[in-house]
Design a protein around this ligand. Structure first.
Ligand SMILES: CC(C)(COP(=O)(O)OP(=O)(O)OC[C@H]1O[C@@H](n2cnc3c(N)ncnc32)[C@H](O)[C@@H]1OP(=O)(O)O)[C@@H](O)C(=O)NCCC(=O)NCCS
Length: 239
């Protein structure tokens, strides 16, 4: 198993609220820490997110310090306009969310989630997702989909292909820093794709396409027939 962030100590619950323009410098600093050397979002990206979908942009605030310790960036898309193997740039219009389509879309696309490295493993990500699920329910949207970049895959690339890696993470034989977290939130893997974030050295571009269904609005036909190879391992009944 790859290392799991230790649950250091119980911290008071964080406050989750919509992102404001004044949060942008803190979000840029956070992005630089989480994705060093990459091309983290700039002021114009965050400003565009707030302009197109203010409710979908969330920050986590530490109530003791009033500091931004996490965030989530989301848009609504019409899934029929996309393919499973589209990459992150295509799903987010190069990070600007100008493809946000609340008129036709029933899918919330989870473009990013970040928690301050010093605060990881304390339930901040969980609190952010709780708010994301509530937003999906409040807007009567069908589901949340995302590409979970396979952050731990580069350590296993010599041993197995990405599909086998994902199956091992689903079976809890391997822990992946992103996908294990998403699966615990109730997401299911529906596909594995290459070239999602082409220049990400940790995932080597590989991602799992994941889905969380809003049971309040879903109909039977909305539960896309899932590939059984991505099903969680069944618990054996005691004899
Ligand atoms: C992924 C991320 C948002 C998780 O946030 P977090 O605040 O550390 O997560 P939490 O403390 O709320 O953890 C929630 C659960 O996930 C589990 N989890 C977190 N990291 C894990 C790991 N590396 N392996 C296995 N499980 C993990 C926790 O054990 C916890 O389990 P529980 O529900 O049984 O208590 C955070 O690690 C992060 O910012 N990563 C870098 C950015 C990133 O990769 N984002 C995703 C882009 S696709």
């Amino acid at each position: 198993m790859s290392p799991m962030p230790p649950h250091k100590k119980k911290t008071p619950p964080v406050l989750i609220r919509p992102t404001q323009h004044g949060d942008i410098p803190a979000l840029i600093a956070l992005g630089n820490r989480i994705y060093p050397g990459d091309d983290p979002w700039l002021v114009e990206h965050y400003a565009s997110h707030i302009k197109h979908f203010p409710q979908g942009q969330l920050v986590a605030i530490d109530p003791q310090t009033d500091r931004v310790v996490g965030c989530a960036s989301t848009l609504i898309i019409n899934w029929d306009d996309y393919e499973f193997d589209h990459n992150w740039n295509e799903f987010t219009d190069n990070g600007y969310f100008t493809n946000h389509d609340p008129e036709h879309g029933k899918t919330m696309y989870a473009a990013d989630v970040m928690v301050d490295p010093d605060m990881q493993g304390r339930g901040v990500g969980k609190a952010i997702y709780k708010a994301r699920f509530q937003l999906c329910r409040d807007l009567n949207l069908l589901r949340i989909r995302a590409g979970a970049r396979l952050r731990g895959y580069s350590q296993y690339v010599d041993q197995m292909d990405a599909v086998d890696y994902v199956i091992k993470v689903i079976h809890k034989d391997i822990g992946d820093p992103t996908l294990s977290f998403q699966l615990k939130r109730g997401f299911r893997v529906i596909a594995v794709c290459e070239n999602y974030l082409r220049h990400d050295p940790a995932s080597l571009g590989w991602a799992a396409v994941i889905e969380w269904i809003n049971h309040h609005v879903a109909l039977r036909r909305d539960f896309r027939k899932r590939d059984p190879k991505y099903s969680p391992r069944k618990k054996l009944k005691p004899e």
